[in-house]
Design a protein around this ligand. Structure first.
Ligand code: HH2
Length: 273
């Protein structure tokens, strides 16, 4: 890897917090996936159920109908992950071509083990419907880290060869919890499992950038915070970031690769020589 990987977000949903309704139409979803691949995305993360705070579950058949055609087509062009909490959806998406199960419930490793694909264990406190109702931790970094490492070890023991861990920024966490987890990304990296971080356009960035009246900035104006936090995470050792703004993040990831990882790439060589 000459640079950290970039996972492009593709929500085939009516209600995702940032791109909800934009790619519910299959052709538009596929076109957006192809566009992100052109921008340098290493993985396209296809989701059919929003996990924004307050979101409720969608029926299996609906989720399958949303994601399968998109997974099938995009997996001809690039690596595809499926963002789901449902074993039926994970299994069907893998049959359609996905090679990574992105699991915000951190329970689906048996599916990944049986199918011989990779798995992302993300930490979430509670369910999307209730997770932001006064989340509390004694030691957020320690609790999230030990949960993830326990699950990752269980998956490895079950035979999953590629296991990622993800602190689940915004999933049952206050702004302070999110900042502490970002501050200590290196604690997760030191576990030895590759780390994925997703901050893109999330609510805490809107609150941190709020003006004097206290109004959070809208999702469309959170790119600076998204790139800043993704860059921070990559510099601290995250191997992949999950983002909406692929082109800009690929530039940041390339810069991190040029400065931090292994021998200089051709761009850095040209500048340094
Ligand atoms: N965040 C979201 C969804 N899936 N998966 C991982 N591994 N890490 C994350 O941080 C993560 C995730 C939420 O973002 P988004 O998909 O843009 O919105 P929604 O859940 O409303 O569809």
């Amino acid at each position: 890897m000459s640079r950290p990987l970039v996972m492009g977000v593709l929500n085939v949903t009516p209600d995702s917090f940032s791109d909800g309704g934009m790619y519910l139409d299959q052709d538009r979803a596929i076109a957006r996936g192809i566009e992100m691949i052109g921008e340098g995305a290493d993985v396209i993360d296809v989701g059919g159920e929003s996990t924004r705070p307050g979101a409720g579950p969608v029926p299996v058949e609906v989720e399958l109908r949303r994601v399968l055609p998109v997974v099938e087509e995009l997996s001809r062009h690039a690596r595809v992950s499926v963002d789901t909490m449902k074993p039926e959806v994970a299994e069907a998406a893998v049959s359609a071509g996905a090679t990574l199960v992105n699991d915000v419930s951190s329970t689906l490793w048996p599916v990944a083990a049986a199918a011989g694909v990779g798995w992302v264990a993300m930490h979430m406190r509670g369910t999307p419907a209730t997770m932001q109702d006064d989340p509390r931790y004694g030691d957020v970094v320690g609790e999230v880290g030990s949960h993830l490492v326990d699950r990752a070890r269980a998956a490895s023991d079950a035979g999953v060869e590629e296991v990622w861990i993800d602190p689940g920024i915004g999933f049952g966490k206050t702004t302070r919890h999110n900042l502490l987890l970002l501050r200590h990304v290196d604690a997760l990296v030191n576990s030895g499992f590759p780390v994925l971080v997703g901050t893109s356009r999330k609510g805490f960035l809107g609150h941190l950038a709020a003006g004097p009246a206290g109004e959070p900035v809208p999702t469309s104006e959170r790119m600076a915070g998204s790139i800043a936090t993704a860059t921070w995470a990559m510099l601290e050792g995250a191997g992949m970031v999950r983002v909406h703004d692929v082109a800009a993040t690929v530039q940041a990831a390339t810069l991190v690769g040029d400065t931090r990882i292994g021998p200089p790439t051709h761009r850095a060589e040209a500048v340094l020589s």
